[in-house]
Design a protein. Structure first.
Length: 110
């Protein structure tokens, strides 16, 4: 069971601690915070600004999907784009000074 070569199974090290063999540790994850709550969304897997570094990830939902982006490479999500199944979209950007999310764009995809 442990040490499987599937790249997903944690492997115990000599001190009986578990090692993440996927090579995507917590430092590589995107984080989303709201007030005192913080969520680990997992590793970024999409490069949305073509700089060679994955900065975003997507999550499906019942009515569409959301794209979570870290645009300044600090690990914290600062841009959320929601795309509805009906083609509508909305974008919110984190105001880092106040900690609030501000709507920046919305519309319908052609």
């Amino acid at each position: 069971m442990f040490g499987d070569s599937d790249g997903c199974t944690p492997t115990p090290d000599p001190d009986n601690q578990f090692t993440d063999v996927s090579r995507a540790g917590p430092a590589d994850h995107l984080w989303l915070s709201q007030g005192d709550d913080v969520w680990d969304l997992g590793p970024a897997d999409i490069d949305t600004d073509a700089d060679g570094i994955a900065d975003s990830l997507t999550r499906p939902g019942p009515d569409g999907m959301a794209v979570y982006t870290d645009s300044d490479a600090d690990g914290r999500v600062d841009l959320i784009t929601e795309i509805g199944a009906d083609g509508t979209y909305s974008t919110q950007r984190l105001d880092t000074e106040s900690g609030t999310w501000r709507s920046t764009d919305s519309g319908r995809l052609a």
